[in-house]
Design a protein around this ligand. Structure first.
Ligand SMILES: Cc1ncc(COP(=O)(O)O)c(C=O)c1O
Length: 410
């Protein structure tokens, strides 16, 4: 191995990939043909004779093991629909994790409710049930548990807390299509659940989302909210939205769902390669999978042992980018320290935080969730898109190994 191969590209060495490696989803001929046929038919929406939204919903509900599924335009809309369907109201508190994509918490604000952040587990990065219990007040209405990176949250403990305190447990399964907790698919455990079908997700319709539930009441409500609160032509029962999924998305999702197990298996194979190459690296903590879950590895989050490194996480990520590998940081900060939450401007006039229905004061400060802050300071993310080849996966992991070894303290 030459000096050039040991030296990170950012320090003048040769990058592992000569050009940036972009990884995108790949579609089968059947998927492409089905979408083209929908285009040819002209029936592009559920509102105009479309059939795919309905059959996709039915197939998705069957796959998850829930009674109902409601297709929507993205995972953020799915969260909004779910919170509205369960009756989250202005001034309610909803407990969630700060170590998640922003939509988990902003959807609470969309309902004029207050996000209350509970801490996470340092190993799975999922919400810590003990911290949830700690945050419960007379205002708490619901908890949103996120199955982060595809690893299921501790649903047994969370459901027990829900029962004891009369709280509704919502699953944000955006990153966890097909994941299982003690033999049950996530999305079928809480009272209502949401999924994202965004480009990087375990199945994708480009943009897309799904709500699942066993409750007929929530299902009816969710359908109304998705479609302007309309019960029949030009008759509106309540204020709703246009959150419908297009038939093009639904057709793609319907056909692709048939190979979800295969796609998740491919992600596991890529993770196996990352584990093999990186196992034993002194400056890294590799992600784990609890023995009673089926992890679907939406992403692969590595922690840096900063005390063993001469540089911080941001420098490592910058160096990895220069190796031209696909990399990101999910997530570089806890949500409550982001300006959108610090400023508490919300919808204007400080709503919902200063809403008279709330009548309380909450503050988001450094130290609120120490474990989440600890994780967000040292995490970085490798992608697990099924289109990554074995050879690319080896090279991606080797790039990580090269960079962390170079910056290790002597
Ligand atoms: C945990 C989580 N919740 C919600 C969302 C929102 O989904 P979408 O991007 O489809 O709106 C995402 C998407 O990245 C997510 O990862």
């Amino acid at each position: 191995m030459s000096q050039q191969d040991i030296l990170p590209a950012i320090e003048g060495g040769t990058p592992v990939f000569p050009e940036p490696l972009f990884v995108l989803p790949e579609f089968t001929e059947e998927e492409i043909k089905t979408v083209v046929n929908v285009l040819k038919s002209g029936e592009l929406t559920l509102a105009a004779k479309g059939k795919y939204t309905k059959i996709f919903e039915k197939a998705f509900a069957e796959f998850i093991g829930s009674k109902y599924a409601i297709a929507v335009m993205n995972g953020t809309a799915a969260l909004h629909v779910a919170l509205r369907a369960i009756g989250v109201k202005p001034g309610d508190e909803v407990i969630t994790t700060p170590f998640t994509f922003v939509a988990t918490a902003s959807s609470i604000v969309h309902q004029n409710a207050i996000p209350v952040f509970a801490d996470i587990d340092r190993k799975t990065f999922n919400i810590d049930p003990a911290s949830v219990e700690d945050r419960i007040t007379e205002k708490t209405k619901a908890v949103i548990a996120v199955h982060i990176a595809g690893h299921p949250a501790e649903m047994d403990d969370l459901m027990k807390i829900g029962e004891e305190h009369n709280l509704i447990i919502v699953e944000d399964a955006a990153q966890a299509i097909g994941a299982e907790y003690r033999g049950r698919k996530v999305g079928s455990i809480g009272s209502i659940a949401t999924f994202s079908l965004y480009l990087s997700k375990n199945i994708t319709t480009g943009e897309g989302g799904m709500v699942t539930t066993d409750s007929e009441e929530y299902w009816r409500k969710a359908q109304l909210i998705r479609h302007h609160g309309q019960t029949r032509s030009y008759h509106y029962e309540e204020i709703g939205y246009n959150y419908r999924m297009t038939e093009l998305q639904a057709a793609l999702g319907y056909v692709q769902l048939k190979r979800i197990n295969q796609l998740n298996e491919r992600r596991r194979e890529i993770v196996k390669i990352y584990n093999e190459v990186l196992e034993g690296e002194e400056a890294l903590i590799l992600p784990i999978s609890k023995p009673y879950v089926k992890h679907v590895w939406h992403i692969y989050n590595i922690l840096l042992k900063l005390e063993k490194l001469r540089v911080n996480r941001d420098r490592i990520v910058q160096a990895l980018k220069m190796e031209n590998i696909p990399i990101s940081t999910a997530y570089p900060s806890v949500l409550y320290l982001e300006p959108a939450f610090q400023r508490m401007e919300g919808h204007g006039n400080g709503c919902p935080w200063s809403c008279p229905f709330y009548g309380k004061k909450i503050s988001y400060f450094k130290g609120l969730c120490p474990n989440a802050e600890w994780v967000s300071e040292r995490v970085f993310t490798l992608l697990t898109m099924p289109s990554i080849t074995d050879e690319q996966a080896v090279k991606i992991a080797e790039a990580v190994r090269k960079v962390v070894r170079y910056y290790k303290v002597a």
